[in-house]
Design a protein around this ligand. Structure first.
Ligand code: NAD
Length: 419
C-alpha cells in the first residue's frame, strides 16, 4: 500500500493548519493567537545512536514536539515508524492540542517519534533505542510538563522502558508516561480504549441514522492496537465487520468475519492475511469496498484525491490520525460522505491516558468498569456536543470539532497571557 505521502500536495503540517485557519476565520480568532498556533512551542531533535545486535552502530533520528501547552501539560504519543519525520510529528502534535481541547482534557498537545522500522529490530535493539531516546529528550518531559504515550510501532513495553529510563535519572515516576503495563501503574482498559472509543462513535452514528448495528457493514484498515480493538468491540456491539487488513494484506467476507477466530489466526500467523473463511483483498481494495462504514486505522493520508471519488462507504470514521487529505476531504464533502474526524474518533486513547495520569497522581487504581463507564460518558457527551454544533452552524463535523477546540485553546492562551 502507498500512503499519500508519495503524492503529497501539501505537507501534513500544512493540511492540519488548513483546518485550524478555516476555523479561526469562522470564529474570528485574534490574529496573534493564530500566529502562536501556526508553529510549535518547542521542538527537540535528538540523535539516537544504537549498538545493533551485529555490533554495528546505527544513528537514528528522534523528535519530541510540543505544540501548545496553554491548557495543561503536553500530551501525545511516541511513534516508531520509517515515515515519522519532523513534519509528520509536528502535524500530529498540533492535532493533539485540538484533540485534548475537544475532549476537554487538561492537556496541551505534543508528539514524539523515531524514524526507524521496529518490525526489523530485535527486542534488545528496541530496548536500547527507547532508553537512549528517552534520555535525550528527558529534559523536556515531566509529570506536570510532558507525558508521552504509545502510538504506531510502540506499545506497553516501550512505555515500561521509557518509565524506567526516566526513573533512572529523575527517580521513580510512574505518571511520566501513560499506556504502561497494569503491573507498573497502567490503567485497566487503556489497551482497548482507542478502539472502544471508535466503536462507541460508530454506535452513536448508527443511532442517529436510525439503523441497527447488525445492518451496518464495516471495513477496517489496520489490525494493530486500534484496528483490532475496534473490530472486537464493534462486533460485540453487533456490527458486521466484513473486511480487515494490515501491512501484509487483507481479508473480506460479505457475511461478516468471525473476529474471535480471526484473533486466534492472527496470534499464530502474525497477520490477518490468509484467514478463512474469507477472500483475500488488498489495502487499496479495502478502502473502496462496498460497505457502510469505512474505518482507516493504520497510517495517515490513505484517502487521497486519487481514490476519494471511489470510496463506497457512506461514513468514514477516522480511527487513524489524519487518514484523509484535505483534497480528499473536499471530495467526500461534495459526495455527502459523513467523515467523523480523528480528533474525536480516536480520542478514547488519550481520554483513558488522562484517567491513568490522574490515577498515578492520586496513587489510586480504578476498576475496569469505572474506566469504561467514564470513557463511554465522555465519548458520547462530546459526540453529541459536536453533532449539535455541526447542525447549529451548518458545518461538517470536522469544522465543528475544530471550532469547539480552537475556542477553548484560544481562551486559555488569552487567560494565561501568552499574547
Ligand atoms: P499499531 O502499530 O498497533 O498498528 C498499526 C497497524 O497498521 C498494523 O496492523 C500494521 O500492519 C498496519 N499498517 C502499518 N503500515 C501500513 C501500511 N502501509 N498499509 C496498511 N497497513 C499498515 O498502531 P496503532 O496504535 O493501532 O495506531 C494506528 C493509528 O491510530 C495511527 O494512525 C495512530 O496514530 C492512531 N492512534 C493510535 C492510538 C493508540 O492509542 N494506539 C490513539 C490515537 C490514534
Amino acid at each position: 500500500m502507498t500512503s499519500g505521502s508519495e503524492t503529497r500536495a501539501v505537507s501534513p503540517t500544512e493540511s492540519v493548519l488548513q483546518s485550524v485557519l478555516a476555523s479561526a476565520e469562522r470564529l474570528r480568532t485574534s490574529p496573534e493567537v493564530v500566529d502562536l498556533l501556526r508553529t510549535s512551542w518547542r521542538e527537540v531533535r535528538a540523535q539516537v545512536p544504537v549498538r545493533m545486535d551485529d555490533r554495528s552502530l546505527r544513528i537514528f533520528e528522534g523528535y519530541r514536539v510540543q505544540h501548545n501547552g496553554a491548557r495543561g501539560p503536553y500530551k501525545g504519543g511516541v511513534r516508531f515508524h520509517p515515515q515519522a519525520d519532523l513534519d509528520e510529528v509536528r502535524a500530529l502534535a498540533m492535532l493533539m492540542t485540538y484533540k485534548c481541547a475537544l475532549m476537554d482534557l487538561p492537556f496541551g498537545g505534543a508528539k514524539g517519534g523515531v524514524m526507524c522500522d521496529p518490525t526489523h529490530m530485535s527486542e534488545g535493539e528496541l530496548n536500547r533505542l527507547t532508553r537512549t531516546y528517552t534520555q535525550h529528550i528527558g529534559m523536556v518531559l515531566g509529570v506536570n510538563r510532558d507525558i508521552p504515550a504509545p502510538d504506531m510501532g510502540t506499545n506497553q513495553q516501550t512505555m515500561a522502558w521509557m518509565m524506567d529510563a526516566y526513573g533512572a535519572r529523575y527517580g521513580y515516576t510512574p505518571g511520566i508516561v501513560t499506556g504502561k503495563p497494569v503491573e507498573l501503574g497502567g490503567s485497566f482498559g487503556r489497551d482497548q480504549a482507542t478502539g472502544r472509543g471508535v466503536a462507541i462513535c460508530m454506535r452513536e452514528i448508527a443511532r442517529r441514522e436510525g439503523v441497527a448495528t447488525h445492518e451496518v457493514r464495516v471495513a477496517i484498515q489496520g489490525y494493530g492496537n486500534v484496528g483490532s480493538w475496534t473490530a472486537r468491540v464493534a462486533s460485540e456491539m453487533g456490527f458486521r465487520v466484513v473486511a480487515v487488513s494490515d501491512v501484509k494484506g487483507g481479508v473480506w467476507n460479505r457475511e461478516g468475519l468471525d473476529i474471535a477466530a480471526l484473533d486466534r489466526w492472527f496470534s499464530v500467523a502474525g497477520s490477518v492475511a490468509g484467514f478463512e473463511p474469507a477472500d483475500p483483498i488488498t489495502n487499496e481494495q479495502l478502502l473502496e469496498l462496498e460497505c457502510d462504514y469505512l474505518v482507516p486505522a493504520a497510517i495517515g493520508e490513505v484517502i487521497t484525491a486519487e481514490n476519494a471519488g471511489r470510496i463506497a462507504a457512506r461514513v468514514v470514521v477516522e480511527a487513524a490520525n489524519h487518514p484523509v487529505t484535505p483534497e480528499a476531504d473536499a471530495i467526500l464533502r461534495r459526495r455527502k460522505v459523513l467523515v467523523l474526524p480523528d480528533i474525536l474518533a480516536n480520542a478514547g486513547g488519550v481520554t483513558v491516558s488522562y484517567f491513568e495520569w490522574t490515577q498515578n497522581i492520586q496513587q489510586f487504581r480504578w476498576p475496569l468498569e469505572r474506566v469504561l463507564a467514564e470513557l463511554e460518558n465522555r465519548m458520547v457527551a462530546v459526540f453529541r456536543e459536536l453533532m449539535a454544533r455541526s447542525e447549529r452552524d451548518g458545518t461538517e463535523p470536522r469544522d465543528a470539532a475544530f471550532d469547539i477546540a480552537l475556542e477553548r485553546v484560544a481562551r486559555a492562551i488569552q487567560l494565561r497571557g501568552f499574547v
